[in-house]
Design a protein around this ligand. Sequence first.
Ligand SMILES: [Zn+2]
Length: 98
Amino acid sequence: MKLSCDNCNNTFNVDQIKDIKQDKIKDDIERHYIACPNCQHKYTTHYENDAIKNITAEISTLQKKAPLKIKQKNRLDKLRTKVRFMSQTLKADVEKHG
Ligand SMILES: [Zn+2]
């Protein structure tokens, strides 16, 4: 995916940036972002808090157990939906409060 930097108009390929950086923005909330290779302007990829990290950890543990039983598969689907919802909520919350 190509991104044109709002700050310097440099165009760069987001997929080529392997280095996702993290900022602690408050308490247990971390902002994950990539920086424009030209001017280091920050672009948020997503936010994480402890609850999201716990679920993400459970997801990767489950994924390592593949092939999964039906019950585990259902659990994995549920966790994925939950984590997606939680990160949307967190993002909205963080951005609302600046
Ligand atoms: Zn830039």
